[in-house]
Design a protein around this ligand. Structure first.
Ligand SMILES: Nc1ncnc2c1ncn2[C@@H]1O[C@H](COP(=O)(O)OP(=O)(O)OP(=O)(O)O)[C@@H](O)[C@H]1O
Length: 259
């Protein structure tokens, strides 16, 4: 659990379009790394390369290397489906399976991974995942009800429970709070701080206060220029990025001068 990710010289393409160029970074285990930057600079695209979801877009590909601990995630023998099991993802809009019950939503990941568990074992996994997602108390009396009947914030915690039920090593979150009200946002932020005890967490956020509140490290992405690819300008401790960043572009962005 909680593995380190090492990205080396990563170029990311959509067909012939070079969307992001030359990213190298180390993402530490048991920490939250926030990725910030203006719209279109490639934060989400980069995030999706970390669990090989990027290549689900036809003709999308990467050049470069990504290691999880010592495993080359893009190695020839690696099954991308297995990578996606080890590196879970939570999206901007909560996306529980709408007709499935709350219970089955959490169990779904395990079933998709062909884990055959006895009912009592499955009950235990579901309870553990919902508890870890701070949702158990709110839903324990209505587990057979549809997941779509929950509030937006509860649905997002349900999606987090679904992601962690399979015990991933890394959790990717792409703007997980942007569709949520402030109270639900706070619940998710509190949850991130708890989950980082066990997981490596990478979050894309437009909200700089959120990055400052929840993350240990912050990476600032920017477009190299109009019509140019996105790039990682710098990554450092969050306190440093928001007080004394090394690069002027970062300072301009965090002080609201652009973006
Ligand atoms: N499926 C796709 N096919 C082709 N180009 C894409 C695709 N998805 C994104 N892009 C392009 O890749 C670049 C980076 O987009 P991406 O969504 O990763 O940026 P972002 O920083 O996450 O933006 P935002 O903050 O607005 O979500 C953009 O030029 C975008 O148009």
């Amino acid at each position: 659990m909680a593995k380190r990710i090492e990205v080396k010289d990563l170029d990311i393409y959509y067909d012939k379009f070079l969307a992001v160029q030359g990213v190298s970074m180390t993402i530490q285990p048991r920490s939250v790394t926030a990725l910030i930057g203006p719209s279109g600079c490639g934060k989400s695209t980069f995030l999706r390369t970390l669990n090989r979801m990027h290549e689900l877009v036809p003709n999308a590909r990467v050049d470069g290397k990504i290691f999880m601990d010592d495993d080359d995630l893009y190695g020839a023998a690696v099954d991308p489906v297995n990578v996606r099991r080890q590196i879970g993802m939570v999206f901007q809009r909560p996306n529980p399976f709408p007709t499935m019950s709350i219970y089955d939503n959490v169990a779904a990941g395990l079933k998709l991974n062909n884990k055959r568990l006895r009912k009592a074992e499955m009950d235990e996994v579901v309870e553990r995942a919902l508890s870890a997602a701070n949702l158990w108390e709110e839903v324990k009396d209505r587990l057979p009800k549809p997941g779509s009947g929950l509030s937006g914030g509860q649905q997002q915690r349900l999606c987090i429970a679904r992601a962690i039920a399979v015990q991933p090593d890394v959790l990717l979150m792409d703007e997980p709070c942007s569709a949520l009200d402030p109270i639900s946002t706070q619940a998710i932020e509190d949850l991130m701080l708890e989950l980082k005890e066990k997981y490596t967490i990478v979050i894309v956020t437009h909200n700089m206060q959120q990055a400052a509140r929840v993350s240990d490290m912050t990476g600032f992405f920017n477009l190299r220029g109009v019509g140019q690819p996105g790039e990682l300008v710098e990554i450092d401790e969050t306190t440093k990025i928001f007080s004394t960043p090394s690069k002027k572009a970062t300072e301009d962005y965090i002080s609201g001068r652009f973006g």
